[in-house]
Design a binder for this molecule. Structure first.
Ligand SMILES: [Cu+2]
Length: 334
C-alpha cells in the first residue's frame, strides 16, 4: 500500500468516522435481520471461572440474548439481505465475511465508518456456502471478545444441499473452533486503535471451545457432539474462529471437503478445484477465518473420536503447554 500522507493516514486510523449515514442504493430486501450489540454473555468454564463474551442479539428473539456465538444468519443465494446493526454501547461494525459487498456495506471500520447508532448493511450473496459475520472494529480484540456468528448461504432450493448440484446432507453440524484468553477481558474496547501498545500481541489462550462449549464438555454437549443414523450424510461446517492453527483429526471416518471459504470445490467452471479427500485418522489444518465444508458418509455404526489441536502460529506447539485441545465424538447409531 502506498501511504501518501502518513500523518493523515494515522489520524484517520485513530479517529474513524462514526457519522450517521443512510445505506446507499437501498433496495427492498428479501430477508432482513436486526442485531443489537454488544451484549455480555458469561460462560462458566470447567475450572469454575466465568468468562465474558460479547454477542450480537436479535431483539425479535429473546433466546438469542444469551447465545454465544451469536445467532446464525441463514439466507439463500441471490437474496437481497439487510442486516441492521443497532450499536447499544460504543461503536462497532458488522463485516459479513466472504460477501462481495460495496465498501460502505463491508463493515470494515478503518476503511469506511463505525456504527454508533444504526446502520443497515445491504448485500446479495452469489455463492452458497459457509461464511460468518463479525465486528470489524478493533478487530483483534472485538473478535476475541466473541462478536461473531455463522452466516450460512443456502442454494435456492434451501437447506439440505450444500450448493446447487453439490452434495446433499441429512445432519448438519456447525463447529466454530475458538481459543480464549481470559486476560483480554480487562482490555478497553478501543485499546490499540491509536497505535499504542495495548498488549494485543500477547495471546495466551486458556480455554478451547467448539461453538461456545468449552472442552471437555465438548464430549457430551449437542453443539459439539454429532449424532447421526447409519445411512445419513453428515455436513460439518468447520470454521476456524481462533487465533491458532487448528489441526483436526477424525478417527475412523473418511471426510471430503466439498466447499472451501464459501466456494464450491465441485463445479464445471473450476475443474482443477476438486474436492479434497481426507482419509480417516489424517489431521488437516486450517487457519484463522478459514471454513471447510466436510461431508462424511459413515458406513458402520460406532463412536468416532475427534481431536482438535490449537497450535501456536509461529512455534507450532499446542497452546497452554499441550492442553490446547478439544475432543468430541461422532456417534453413528442404527
Ligand atoms: Cu465491536
Amino acid at each position: 500500500m502506498i501511504v501518501r500522507d502518513r500523518e493523515e493516514f494515522e489520524a484517520f486510523g485513530c479517529d474513524v468516522n462514526d457519522d450517521e449515514i443512510a445505506t446507499p442504493d437501498k433496495l427492498p430486501p428479501n430477508i432482513s435481520f436486526v442485531w443489537e450489540g454488544p451484549r455480555e454473555v458469561d460462560i462458566r468454564m470447567p475450572d469454575g471461572k466465568e468468562v465474558t463474551f460479547w454477542n450480537f442479539s436479535d431483539p425479535r428473539d429473546s433466546k438469542s440474548r444469551d447465545l454465544w456465538p451469536s445467532k446464525t444468519m441463514r439466507v439463500k443465494q441471490g437474496q437481497v439481505v439487510h442486516s441492521t446493526l443497532d450499536a447499544k454501547k460504543n461503536t462497532h461494525t458488522i463485516h459479513h465475511h466472504g460477501m462481495n459487498s460495496s465498501t460502505m456495506n463491508d463493515g470494515v471500520g478503518h476503511v469506511s465508518f463505525e456504527v454508533s447508532d444504526r446502520y443497515t448493511y445491504q448485500f446479495q450473496p452469489t455463492h452458497a456456502g459457509t461464511y460468518f459475520y463479525h465486528c470489524h472494529k478493533n478487530t483483534v480484540l472485538h473478535f476475541e471478545m466473541g462478536m461473531y456468528g455463522f452466516l450460512i448461504v443456502d442454494p435456492p432450493s434451501g437447506r439440505g444441499t450444500l450448493y446447487k448440484d453439490g452434495p446433499r446432507y441429512d445432519v448438519e453440524a456447525l463447529w466454530a473452533l475458538d481459543d480464549v484468553d481470559p486476560s483480554w477481558r480487562a482490555i478497553d474496547h478501543q485499546a490499540g486503535l491509536c497505535g499504542e501498545d495495548a498488549g494485543l500481541d500477547l495471546f495466551r489462550p486458556k480455554y478451547f471451545m467448539i461453538t461456545g462449549v468449552p472442552h471437555p464438555r465438548t464430549m457430551t454437549d449437542k453443539r459439539a457432539k454429532i449424532t447421526a443414523k447409519l445411512g445419513q450424510t453428515i455436513l460439518i461446517r468447520h470454521l476456524n474462529a481462533s487465533y491458532s492453527v487448528v489441526s483436526t483429526t477424525i478417527q475412523g471416518l473418511d471426510a471430503t471437503v466439498y466447499g472451501f471459504d464459501g466456494r464450491p470445490l465441485l463445479h464445471p467452471s473450476v475443474p482443477w478445484a476438486a474436492p479434497i479427500f481426507i482419509p480417516a485418522g489424517t489431521p488437516f489444518e486450517t487457519v484463522s477465518a478459514q471454513r471447510f465444508d466436510l461431508i462424511l458418509k459413515p458406513t458402520r455404526i460406532g463412536r468416532y473420536p475427534v481431536r482438535i489441536e490449537f497450535r501456536h502460529w509461529v512455534t507450532g506447539e499446542i497452546h497452554d503447554g499441550g492442553r490446547g485441545i478439544c475432543e468430541t465424538v461422532i456417534d453413528v447409531t442404527e
